[in-house]
Design a protein around this ligand. Structure first.
Ligand code: G6P
Length: 608
């Protein structure tokens, strides 16, 4: 959701910015633009649509000479996607250019004041107020102007700013929107995320809230809002640029689906020690774990669906009550958190605005928060009291696959840890579970190798108008994720229902040929779900069943069956999701959809 890249150094800025923005495309955007200082003045070029249009317009940056510049991919919030609303935004004299990720909440009041002072606005954006405010406060010292603006704006922002009077410098600042800085001896970079600059440097500094960065080609300095210089550590990024490349796959999503065996092994492996689970990052002793009376899981999107699975697993395995909330609901519903409550925030990006706000809400009430996060050094990772990283590596496709799979594993590990401490499983059961956990990567691989069969099946549903997913218990949780995957990337209307709920309304939507995907991995519920399948089939539905090997009985109620290997009943979601991901992917590919960058969606939802 909005991407920022800036460069100052020995090389031409525009091609570096275009390259960096391309690596942030996954964040979602609908227009793009760049500002580059050409030795005399700042020039801006913008275009609606894909970044390719901006590259063509500028001949891959060649028409915008200069060694300092800022660029932006915009995901429209205030004002439609258009050239005039695209960033960068100028002050009227065209001497200050700004790119912004986030939302200025009090922009209407600020706009009114500035208008009264004679400023003219050309766009409908909240960002343009920043350019005019900087102009208003600028009396020859950029830092002074930036600090004054920061004191007046409310909301979230990561900004890149160019002052034509200071062409040897680039400025940046953040609050609640991600911003990193990098340097390589030849120049310095700003960006919303690491992949944007990984090609040029691995030395990265994470900028914190309300820190201001002043960059030149020699290096950079970071200040607080009192203009005092801060010591900032840099980190070396271990993963390489190839991890964020397609590596021969047609789409990032396909590549990331294929990385799932490794992801699952990487997330589980280091925490399995002999016959035990060790989660050092939990930061809790066995006594403390025993004191946990209730777990609150808070997340958005697929991370929320992982949380729903987590509820079934933690409750079923460790017998701890679990409440799962959408972060956007949790933060405003005045949740009841009682003594003994543990809060878990799950997030791939670690930057989702609602999840971050929910984390802060829990912390403000004095509760410790465990983050289950993928992006190292992200806001949620930094603000949570403890972080359990899902070692999925960079995920680029907007629709998550491998990070979701890694979240499931993290939750299984937690459940196993709790169940051991609370003695809710026997030693024998625990050992069996460990064995099953270790086998998951190979079993996922097996399912991925079955892709041709699923592709053939998916091709039949390219023209589908709607698809329903049904399941009971833990299978309902996976139905939710299967349904989200399909609608996200193929734009086919799809809903997930607890199978027992069908009769209370949904069944009226079933028509001749409607596809109903029934997930049936829980032997204790087979008979129940088979009845539901028969109910929809007799009303004309075509029933696809995803079930465990050996459950041949299901064939009498299903039109098409996909079998998953046998595993522990709590781990079946990790296997059942694979064919559902492949199905969604091939339907979307068949329809010619932009699989990695679905319309209107963003990978990292950094605004509310
Ligand atoms: C967006 C993404 C989803 C993701 C959700 C939560 O909607 O497209 O794939 O599940 O945000 O994101 P998070 O980074 O917090 O897991």
């Amino acid at each position: 959701m909005c991407g920022i890249v800036g460069y100052i150094g020995k090389d031409q800025a525009a091609p570096i910015i275009l390259d960096g923005l391309a690596r942030l495309e996954y964040r979602g955007y609908d227009s793009a633009g760049m500002a580059v200082y050409d030795g005399e003045k700042v020039n801006i070029t913008k275009s609606v649509g894909r970044l390719k249009a901006l590259s063509e317009l500028t001949h891959d940056g060649a028409t915008m000479p200069g060694t300092v510049g800022i660029g932006h991919t915009r995901w429209a919030t205030h004002g439609a996607p258009s050239n005039v609303n695209a960033h960068p935004h100028f002050n009227e004299k065209e001497t200050i250019a700004v790119v912004h990720n986030g939302i200025i909440e009090n922009y209407l009041a600020l706009k009114k004041k500035l208008t009264q002072r004679g400023y003219h606005f050309v766009s409908e954006t909240d960002t343009e107020v920043l350019a005019h405010m900087l102009d208003y406060y600028y009396k020859g010292d950029p830092m002074e102007a930036i600090i004054k603006v920061l004191h007046r704006v409310e909301g979230s922002y990561a900004l890149g700013i160019l002052f034509a009077d200071f062409p040897g410098e680039l400025f940046a600042v953040r609050k609640d929107s991600p911003l990193i800085v990098g340097q390589n001896g030849e120049g310095c970079f700003i960006a919303s995320d690491v992949p944007a600059i990984l090609r040029y440097t691995r030395t990265v500094t994470y900028i914190e809230n309300q820190e201001i960065v002043r960059l030149s080609k020699e290096g950079f300095h970071v200040y607080n809002v009192d203009a005092e210089e801060l010591e900032k550590p840099s980190v070396t990024i271990e993963w390489d640029a190839e991890a964020a490349e397609k590596a021969g796959y047609e789409h990032f999503m396909l590549k990331e689906m294929y990385e799932q065996p490794k992801t699952v092994a990487d997330t589980a492996g280091p925490r399995i020690r002999g016959n035990d689970i060790v989660i050092e990052e939990l930061g809790m002793s066995e006594e403390e774990l025993l004191k946990v009376k209730k777990i609150h899981i808070v997340a958005c999107g697929s991370a929320y669906h992982a949380g729903v699975t987590g509820k079934y697993v933690l409750e079923g395995m460790a017998r701890i009550p679990v409440e799962v909330d959408l972060a956007s609901e949790f933060r405003y519903r005045d949740p009841i958190l009682e003594e003994g409550a543990m809060v878990i925030v799950i997030s791939q990006s670690g930057e989702t605005a609602d999840s971050l706000a929910a984390l802060r809400e829990a912390k403000e009430r004095g509760f410790k928060v465990l983050g289950i996060v993928n992006v190292v050094g992200s806001s949620i990772a930094r603000e949570a009291d403890n972080v359990m990283y899902t070692w999925a590596g960079p995920e680029i496709a907007v629709a998550t696959t491998k990070a979701y799979s890694a979240q499931l594993i993290a939750l299984y590990l937690l459940a196993m840890k709790f169940s051991r401490v609370r003695h809710t499983v026997t030693e024998e059961e625990f050992s069996e579970m460990l064995g099953d956990l270790r086998r998951l990567p190979d079993q996922i691989e097996l399912l991925l190798n079955n892709k041709n069969r699923i592709q053939r099946f998916a091709n039949r549903y390219i023209a589908a108008k709607e698809v329903f997913f049904i399941g009971r218990g833990i299978d309902y949780a996976i139905s939710m994720e299967g349904s989200l995957k399909l609608k996200e990337i193929s734009y086919i209307h799809s809903e997930a229902y607890a199978a027992g709920e069908l009769k209370h309304g949904t069944i009226s939507l079933i028509e001749e040929g409607t596809l109903v995907a029934a997930v049936a991995t829980q032997s204790s519920l087979y008979q129940k779900i088979i009845s539901n399948m028969v109910e929809v089939k007799s009303r004309g539905a075509f029933v696809l069943a995803v079930t465990c090997e050996g459950n041949r009985e299901i064939e009498k109620a299903a039109d098409y069956v996909i079998y998953i290997p046998i595993t522990n009943r709590f781990f079946t979601n990790s296997l059942a999701i694979i064919p559902l991901q492949l199905f969604s992917y091939y339907v979307a590919v068949g329809k010619g959809c932009d699989v990695d960058k679905p319309r209107n969606l963003a990978k990292s939802v950094t605004v509310e």
